[in-house]
Design a protein around this ligand. Structure first.
Ligand code: ADP
Ligand code: MG
Length: 628
């Protein structure tokens, strides 16, 4: 189970859990152990020290065996603490959910009552409740549970308010579900993690509170003892016979420490924001486990050259071959389009170049990624870090997600420069404004002081491009930079990139799923399917006469302006799952022309000159005219 393995990875939480399990196990089996009766007094043997014959931990002021009383008291304290936490969580959550779900006046009434409870000092309120109910362990339990209800109610109400207006709850209402059903099936499953987290971090506190009440004589009554009342009884002999206080005191310390450490671990493991990988601590660079030999560089001119690059995700016993041997190259001033359906491995290919695929689970298992002839796969992290964003820069799809929301864009640009260059603040700022001008942002000087949320989508993507340009890189890898933008802004961004590569000799790898974009910007195109390149060649040649059936059908999917008579051909079926790739052509199951031969063996990517196709029955015979 992922939850358990997350806890186990957190060493402190695991230690707390183990200590707690040992204590609980000891408390549970103690009636079976050969311990003396905890309540039998023996005044002749008062205050025996630990290690005395027959009394492992010594005896107390009435000569009762401390080990036996400790086990008894531990059992009682744990039971009361857990019961109190359970009741507080149950009633607190119920109140919180009702207040948060119904809102309005119900919410107001309930929460003001809860606020009133919270206005009293904690322990004073508990004392008042016990005073009203009379001393006794059960009443102490009720008091501790009651004073903790407001804490749960407030927490859960906050979460519920957020959930109650979510679309899935509206959808449930529209489907005609009643309030009870909605609360039980839509709301409750979403707040349970919060309840568990709140519980795990408060049980320790509740055990302490119960012990406090017992210490004052308001909890367990003699001769029955919990840890708190043991401490209370030992108080008189604190100086003369400290061991009678130390034994229960140490146990309380161990229990509360154990619970709190474990509770923190549970919180981290259950928190949905942390679960999505924040705790798995990806390495600084993608893990490399290359089996085959490293291919030698073939093209001295290419500024970026991938050779048979393989990147996999190892998730438990499954292997996802996201990139299965990709070879591409770009020369200075050239733009290569990488196109393919969503999930075909474009992003993973791009991220593998600079070792940016998260590990675990990502592993580069073969091939090479050369920048100016030098292989970056497995290069030392420091070296990669120096190249990242300096020589090879990335532009991502969603600039709102990649820009820091709390810093001005000018400062973020300046930071990108300062990371790689020793220049003064003022100089970095001047360059930042300059960059904003280069990406044609009007009023660059004042725009540098804008926050990302104050800009439009197209403007933000320009900032993203400016950031990629900040250190005058040789290669820009743009991963669907215009997918989130509308067509007019997209056209502006494309022409901007086009100008930049002509002015500066930038090499661009442009990832997209849109053939229209490729046609506008790219010199060459590589078509990806299921982690491999199935066709590559000069853009025009590929667009005019696609050779791979997949390319042909992708092109047929592009709507044409004014060409309303042509039928749009959707490709039936879905791309294959990359953890179960069949031998032969990965596209065969969706291909109209597939033969038996297509489902066997390895089909090579071959062709004359610059055009290559991975198909046994291509749509057009490739002729050698395409030789570059
Ligand atoms: P795209 O071409 O849309 O950019 P990606 O490169 O993001 O596609 O993904 C390629 C494949 O890798 C997909 O099949 C995806 O399911 C798989 N993949 C991506 N990240 C992970 C991951 N962390 N664990 C397992 N599989 C992954
Ligand atoms: Mg992608």
């Amino acid at each position: 189970m992922q939850f358990l393995s997350l806890i186990a990875r957190n060493r402190l939480a695991a230690a707390g859990g183990i200590v707690l399990v040992i204590v609980i196990a000891l408390a549970l089996i103690s009636p079976l152990l050969p311990l003396p009766d905890p309540d039998v007094t023996d005044t002749a043997n008062r205050f025996l020290l630990p290690g005395a014959e027959g009394h492992l931990l010594g005896t107390d002021h009435l000569g009762r065996d401390l080990a036996a009383r400790l086990m008894d008291g531990t059992r009682l304290s744990l039971a009361v603490g857990f019961a109190a936490a359970f009741f507080a969580a149950f009633f607190g959550a119920a109140i919180g959910i009702i207040a948060g779900y119904f809102g309005g006046r119900t919410d107001n009434l309930i929460m003001r009552a809860v606020d009133m409870l919270m206005a009293f000092p904690y322990i004073l309120l508990a004392l008042a409740i016990v005073a009203a109910l009379g001393p006794g362990l059960v009443n102490a339990l009720i008091a501790v549970a009651a004073v903790n209800i407001p804490f749960f109610a407030r927490n859960i109400r906050g979460v519920t308010v957020g959930l109650a207006n979510k679309e899935f709850v509206d959808a449930a209402r529209l489907a005609g579900l009643g309030h009870t059903r909605i609360i039980l099936t839509e709301i409750l499953p979403n707040v349970i993690p919060v309840i568990v987290i709140a519980m795990s971090t408060t049980i320790g506190w509740m055990i302490l509170e119960t012990a406090g009440l017992s210490f004052l004589g308001l909890g367990s009554q003699p001769p029955q003892a919990d840890l708190g009342s043991m401490l209370g009884e030992a108080r008189g002999a604190l100086i003369t016979n400290p061991h009678t206080s130390i034994v229960p005191g140490a146990m309380i310390l161990v229990i509360v420490m154990g619970i709190n450490l474990l509770g923190d671990g549970v919180r981290d493991a259950l928190d949905p924001r942390l679960r999505s990988g924040a705790l798995t601590r990806p390495m600084a660079a993608t893990q490399v486990r290359r089996k085959g030999p490293v291919p030698a560089s073939e093209d001295a001119e290419a500024v970026l050259e991938l050779q048979g690059l393989q990147t996999q995700f190892h998730v438990k016993d499954r292997i996802y071959k996201a990139v299965g041997g990709v070879s591409i190259k770009v020369a200075p001033g050239e733009c290569l389009g990488v196109i393919g359906e969503s999930g075909s491995g474009k992003s993973v290919t791009a991220l593998s170049v600079m070792g940016l695929v998260a590990s675990p689970p990502g592993v580069i298992t073969g091939g090479a990624a050369r920048y100016k002839g030098e292989d970056l796969v497995g290069a030392p992290y420091d070296h990669l870090r120096r190249l990242r964003g300096d020589r090879v820069a990335y532009i991502f799809q969603d600039p709102l997600a990649t820009l820091h929301p709390l810093y001005k864009v000018g400062d973020q640009l300046a930071e990108a420069i300062l990371v790689h260059h020793k220049v003064g603040k003022a100089e970095a700022r001047r360059r930042a404004v300059d960059l904003l001008k280069q990406v044609r942002i009007p009023n660059a000087q004042s725009r540098a002081d804008s926050y990302p949320h104050e800009m439009s989508g197209g403007m933000r993507q320009r900032v993203g491009i400016a950031m990629a340009l900040a250190n005058d890189p040789d290669v820009i890898i743009a991963d669907e930079p215009t997918t989130a933008l509308d067509v007019t802004v997209q056209a502006q961004i494309l022409s901007l990139l086009n100008d930049l590569r002509r002015e500066r000799g930038l090499a661009i790898v442009f990832i997209t799923h849109d053939f229209g974009v490729v046609a506008q910007l790219c010199d060459r195109v590589a078509v990806m399917y299921a982690g491999r390149i199935v066709e590559t060649g000069p853009t025009e040649a590929v667009l005019d006469a696609p050779a791979h059936p997949y390319t042909a059908r992708l092109i047929a999917c592009v709507p044409e302006l004014g060409g309303g008579r042509r039928r749009l051909e959707a490709i039936p079926g879905l791309p294959p799952a990359v953890d179960r790739l069949e031998p032969g052509c990965a596209f065969a199951p969706r291909c109209l022309k597939a033969q038996d031969a297509c489902r066997q063996g390895e089909i090579p990517l071959e062709g004359p000159g610059a055009r290559e196709v991975r198909c046994l029955y291509p749509e057009t015979e490739l002729k050698s005219e395409g030789v570059a």
